[in-house]
Design a protein around this ligand. Sequence first.
Ligand code: PHE
Length: 356
Amino acid sequence: MDDLKTKYLGLINAASDEQALEDIRLQAVGKKGEVALAMRELGKMTPEERQTQGPLLNALKDEINSALAAKKAALGDAALNERLAAEWLDVSLPSRGRRMGTIHPVSQVTEEVSAIFADMGFAVAEGPQIEDDWHNFDALNIPPHHPARQEHDTFYMHRDEGDNRPPHVLRTHTSPVQIRAMMAQGAPIRVIAPGRVYRSDYDQTHTPMFHQIEGLAIDKDISMANLKWVLEEFFTAFFGTKVKTRFRASHFPFTEPSAEVDVQCSFEGGTVKVGEGNDWLEVLGSGMVHPKVLKYAGVDPSAWQGFAFGMGIDRIAMLKYGIPDLRAFFDSDLRWLRHYGFAALDVPTMRGGVSR
Ligand code: PHE
């Protein structure tokens, strides 16, 4: 019995993993193990011998079992300690550097423009990008079959067969927000409405999705002169210097009279520069809001009048930041975004300031 004890306690002590321990357990105290065999020998003994040998064998069995359990716990502790040592982490180390995203020039310019007009007393209005054709066209005095509807290269929303509701369109300009704002607030009103607009068009200065900012000022005595002053004041504040502008007579169904405004610039050496050169970039359409439009929007044209304009945000971003190709704005090319993007904490620049 002493031999068995020495043998198994030695083996258990030397076991290096759980599998080895299990093998030892079977060999020692399993059903066919050495201790079980010794138990069987008891049958051949005299009752007196059995009385002394039986308890001794049981005690041996217990001793081996508890040695197995102790070793198993020790192996578990060792494995845990090893993991704790290997997976140790210094939470006081400085973190790895992470590249910051940038603000897209369109977002930056939208903020800049909104801040300048806010200084001049314009609040921000909003409307949906999927617009019904009444707000996008009819209420702006563009009836069905008017050539302006075709000129807008409109994207129409899909309609199931048999669905005969009037069409919804991706708004082709921000002008429908004029209607929505007047219907909601009445007159007098002074709002701007920045947002996305859509037309099926694609070249160096046109993309199928682009951005406009609508302006609307309605009161008792607002005239074309106010429009011109507001726009020139805006350009000076936005570009930080006086830039040459050109007011060209034009035509829109929703304004009368109407003017388009161009900004002097040069497209040379792969960049575009504002305030110099022989080129002009058209940046907005404008005019006095047509009496019919006021009426559609629930404003009495015999009591109220005012101006509206729709400016291309992307266009003026190109001019201010010298970005020659509009298409790159929406390519999501990271190199372009890192080059032309703005740090998140850049505040809108208003070097010129606005006089009131
Ligand atoms: N909605 C016109 C366009 O997209 C611009 C415009 C707005 C013209 C307001 C006059 C008044 O071309």
